[in-house]
Design a protein around this ligand. Structure first.
Ligand code: ADP
Ligand code: MG
Length: 342
């Protein structure tokens, strides 16, 4: 344990819960900065995400699950770039020091960190309303990252796993729906213990053109690929892989959860037709469903012949093309809603 550990409660807290022997960093927790070696010929992929109590999670949420989730959502960003996880920092804002809470939080955090061999190299600890900010660092080969602006005309659109489970679990916790005991636990697991698709992201390098992780809902997130790539996405409602819990609710909630519900942390990616077989093979190898859901096409022109805006178009069960707005759906946006659920 570092010698500064007993100087103040803040350092004691860091030493007790977050300092571990450094494995990969040249210099870990304890100095003004951490030092890491950068692999020659590689680029660093860097991403930050904040989780705020009362906004992203309930203030009384189980700390072990919270430790998992705060790292999982950041690992998900690395996955969506096709980056190999390496290091992370943790900025914690705590209303007070609760040792039992911190021990549980650290257990959830480090269990996932060890699984993905990502090392905590520093952070910050402050007093205030409960919030946590993680910065993750990963590694990619130049020109190989799965950028949002790299989707190509005619690409197939794919999505991993199933969608809507996390959003439906949240609706249950907010008493907007009541899920039966047989479907509730798997839905809650999707919300509280998301599995970052790191292995998939790494395997998609050189296969997929563009990727994004689904944090704000399929329509909103696929919409980012569309905007950045200046293309329109056409997806089939019937092709969307639904979380089993969605079959127990009505069609409106089902559609809203699958297309506009957040927090699933699956990957949505686009790939050329020629990659179809390879992706199917990958799915079998990994035991992870990969579903073909649509195609990237040119942006529609407007009635006066000008190029319109990129959009996500959904083919409904009657074969009609519907825009998200026509379906009354939109993804989550912090500044567009007064909801305190995220
Ligand atoms: P400084 O005053 O230079 O910002 P701090 O006193 O904030 O340093 O932190 C001391 C050391 O502990 C630094 O190496 C910092 O990275 C690390 N640290 C602080 N908070 C955390 C935390 N929540 N998790 C991991 N490391 C932390
Ligand atoms: Mg500091």
């Amino acid at each position: 344990m570092p010698s500064y550990s007993s100087q103040t409660p803040e350092f004691a807290l860091i030493a007790k819960h977050f300092s571990r022997p450094t494995k990969r960093a040249a210099l870990g927790i304890g100095d003004d900065c951490a030092l890491i070696d950068v692999t020659p010929g590689k680029q660093l992929a860097i991403s930050t995400d904040t989780l705020v109590a009362g906004v992203h999670f309930f203030a009384d949420a189980a700390p072990e699950a919270l430790g998992h989730k705060v790292l999982a959502v950041n690992l998900s960003d690395l996955a969506a770039m096709g980056a190999m996880p390496k290091f992370f920092t943790l900025a914690l804002t705590l209303p007070h020091v609760n040792d039992a809470w911190l021990a549980d939080f650290a257990r959830g955090l480090f269990r996932l960190a060890d699984q993905y061999e990502i090392e905590l190299i520093g952070g910050d600890t402050t007093k205030g309303p409960l919030a946590m900010t993680l910065t993750v660092l990963g590694q990619v080969t130049p020109n190989e990252a799965l950028q949002r602006d790299h989707a190509k005309l005619g690409d197939d659109i794919w999505v991993s796993g199933t969608l809507g489970g996390a959003a439906l679990a949240l609706k249950h916790l907010q008493a907007q729906v009541k899920l039966k005991p047989n479907v509730l636990p798997p839905a809650l697991a999707r919300l509280h213990l998301p599995a970052p698709r790191v292995a998939l992201g790494l395997r998609l390098v050189g296969v997929a053109n563009a990727a994004i992780d689904l944090s704000d809902g399929l329509i909103a997130d696929l919409g980012h690929i569309c905007t950045r790539s200046q293309l329109t996405a056409v997806i089939g409602w019937a092709k969307i892989p639904l979380h089993p819990a969605l079959l127990s609710v009505g069609p409106r909630v089902r559609m809203a959860s699958a297309l506009a519900g957040g927090d699933d942390y699956e990957l949505c990616f686009t790939a050329p037709l020629s990659a179809h077989e390879k992706i199917r093979e990958m799915s079998g190898d990994m035991g992870l469903a990969l579903s073909y859901i649509g195609t990237m096409r040119a942006v529609d022109s407007t009635s006066n012949g000008q190029s319109g805006a990129p959009a996500v178009v959904v083919i409904d069960e009657r074969g009609r093309e519907m825009t998200a707005a026509e379906m009354g759906l939109h993804g989550f946006d912090h500044f567009l809603t007064t909801s305190s659920s995220k």
